[in-house]
Design a protein around this ligand. Structure first.
Ligand code: SAM
Length: 622
């Protein structure tokens, strides 16, 4: 065994030319940290090389056996031309065993490299046996096959099953030496635990995960959690590891894009798992919302839904590129409406009716809740009706709105409708995103016209494409060429949930106001609020969702520059200057879970004060 190998061989101490040393064919190390190599080089220059490298002669040169890091440090980061070495005459197998044993002694070995090194030792010890050598092409494969056979015999015996004689023979032949090898490791361990808990990291995890694990020196649990994350969502995995300096970015998720500097290695396995769980949940939700609206809606469902939202037939026809008569036909003769109603009357559930008819669930709710009071609608939807100004931002109800960056809960919209509008009122959503406002309006019998930069005619025909261009703000109703809507075409409520300053910039399209500078962002609202005032009914309300923006990342609260921040009070001032009177400010707290424990302790250390509050500012015309 390698432990005794050194004493069996003759070593000669010498000083040799670094240029004459060739790499070892048995070196499997994949990552050399340059900073650490520099540190090592500096220490070698200060104190000399404490442990010589091991080489063997090959023609008129040398082949490396052990000490690749030391050689690289000297060769690449010092002026030294020679290095102290132990020269040993060793066969290939002996060289391999020395290399494997030396490798495992290293202190800076990552968990994956340690597993690789153990497999290498096991393989080097057994490779002369032809039966073993035929068990696979690579060392780790051979080790896995052998340990698998041993485990299978062990399990069968434990359960009292009869074991095939060939398998029994193999097990008897190898079990003793395998146990010995594992007992003799620098840190002895049981072969079974290696096979069940360690080897899968090397054999079953993709190379991408392994590379990150090695590069960041992750332990086994962190590596497992990282593999789980990769499986849950490749996107989140890339985000966490690509900018290894930063945690992932998700507004409704766990951390904001501009969070403090965290390296994946500073996250515990638990924290990585937490990210994986949330990513998996998000992926499932995406699937759900995709399933809800996809494949694209039928023309009948589109027209029926738009009509129920109070969108005029002309606009429906223009949006769907059908003639007015076709649109009118569907509106007046909706077989869909009959079918939905009949099924509901038979007691079929709303999700089932929705699935059966291939139409969105909120549209079915609009029929299921017909004739009910707002209060009854809250109850039927299983939502509490809050009588105080504290509406949670966390209670996303997946039945309403698509999975969208910055998606807000339907309950929050429903409360706004309840307190500030009446049945049949017209609600206007200028930046509708995932469509939670039109969906909630369907369930609460409000009309709703909604707009967004992003055009999704197949799944969200009710959200009309419109860009609020900061250079030239135009009111989208009525269509170009005519003057602004009169009377019933004017909104009773504007529900306005724009992208917050700097938040999720990379998740919105390039024309989004998220990419504006602080000055341009404020100017945008300064010009839009008066437009809202001009084109709404006399008694209209505005409900404006936003949050304080402070650049608090990594900064102590006392050192923040308020001149760089945007506060709710800034928006309030702009609203007031545009002729809106503030009547309510509703607190919409977010869960603090989005801050990982690690970030929290960092913030505590720095005296950094984060933001978890969103606010809904309600105004009316002065
Ligand atoms: C916070 S999201 C709205 C989310 C929505 N309330 C929901 O819950 O699904 C903001 C939306 O504003 C849109 N947007 C950003 N800038 C815009 C612009 N200049 N004109 C129109 N829409 C814009 C984005 O595409 C995004 O969908």
């Amino acid at each position: 065994m390698s432990k005794t190998l050194h004493s069996e061989l003759d070593y000669k101490h010498s000083v040799i030319d670094v240029k004459k040393i060739d790499p070892s064919p048995y070196q499997h190390r994949r990552h050399f940290d340059e900073d650490k190599l520099r540190e090592l080089a500096a220490s070698i220059q200060r104190e000399g090389l404490i442990e010589p490298i091991i080489v063997r002669p090959k023609s008129d040169r040398y082949e490396m056996i052990a000490g690749e890091r030391r050689l690289r440090a000297v060769r690449d980061f010092t002026e030294l031309e020679t290095i102290q070495a132990q020269i040993v005459i060793a066969s290939n197998l002996q060289a391999r065993r020395i290399a494997a044993a030396e490798n495992l002694q290293r202190e800076d070995l990552s968990s994956i490299e340690t597993i690789e090194a153990i497999a290498e030792i096991v393989d080097a010890e057994l490779i002369e046996d032809t039966q073993y050598a035929s068990m696979g092409k690579k060392p780790a494969n051979r080790v896995k096959t052998l340990l698998g056979k041993l485990d299978s015999v062990r399990r069968s015996e434990k359960l009292g099953y009869e074991v095939a004689s060939e398998a029994k023979l193999t097990s008897n032949k190898f079990i003793g030496s395998v146990q010995e090898i594992f007992k003799d490791l620098p840190k002895p361990m049981k072969w079974l635990s290696f096979y069940l808990n360690d080897l899968p990291l090397l054999m079953d995890f993709c190379e991408n995960v392994q590379d990150i694990s090695i590069k960041h020196n992750l332990n086994k649990s962190q590596t497992r959690a990282l593999a789980k994350l990769k499986e849950a969502s490749d996107g989140e995995f890339q985000r966490l590891t690509a900018h290894a300096q930063r945690p992932p970015n998700s507004e409704m998720g766990y951390v904001s894009s501009d969070s403090s500097q965290i390296n994946v290695r500073d996250l515990s396995a638990r924290e990585i798992e937490d990210i994986a769980d949330k990513a998996a949940k998000k992926e499932r939700q995406t699937e759900l919302s995709r399933a809800r609206v996809s494949p694209s809606l039928s023309p009948e469902a589109k027209i029926f839904m738009m009509n129920r939202l109070g969108i005029p037939v002309d606009r429906i026809a223009a949006r769907l590129k059908v003639n007015r008569k076709t649109a009118l036909n569907y509106v007046h003769n909706s077989r869909l409406f009959q079918s939905i109603r009949e099924l509901l009357e038979k007691g079929v559930s709303v999700p089932e009716v929705s699935e059966h008819n291939g139409c969105p669930e909120p549209l079915v709710w609009s029929i299921a809740l017909e004739g009910k009071s707002d209060q009854d609608r809250f109850e039927s939807l299983n939502w509490g009706l809050r009588t105080w100004d504290h509406w949670y931002f966390n209670d996303l109800d997946q039945r309403f709105g698509d999975n969208w960056p910055g998606q807000i809960p339907a309950q929050l919209v429903a409360h706004t409708l309840y307190y500030f509008t009446q049945g049949g009122d017209l609600v206007f959503d200028p930046m509708a995103g995932g469509g939670v406002v039109p969906d909630t309006c369907l369930a609460f019998n409000r009309r709703c016209w909604s707009f967004d930069l992003v055009n999704r005619p197949e799944t969200r025909p009710e959200i009309e494409p419109h860009q609020w261009n900061p250079e030239e703000l135009l009111w989208p109703v009525p269509p170009k060429g005519r003057r602004a809507g009169k009377g019933k075409d004017k909104p009773d409520l504007i529900f306005f949930d724009p992208p917050y300053f700097k938040k999720q910039e990379n998740q919105y399209t390039k024309d989004s106001i998220s990419s504006l500078s602080r000055k341009e962002y404020l100017k945008f609202f300064k010009e839009l609020f008066p437009l809202f005032r001009e084109y709404t009914k006399a008694h209209a309300r505005i409900a404006f969702m936003n949050a304080d923006w402070r650049n608090f990342q990594g900064v102590a609260a006392v050192e923040e520059d308020p001149g760089q921040s945007i506060f709710l009070s800034d928006y309030i001032d702009l609203l007031k200057d545009s002729g809106w009177e503030i009547t309510h400010i509703v607190d919409c707290p977010l869960s603090t879970q989005r801050f990982l424990p690690n970030m929290v302790s960092q913030m505590q250390k720095n005296r950094t004060l984060g933001i978890v509050r969103r606010s809904l500012i309600i105004g009316r015309k002065k």
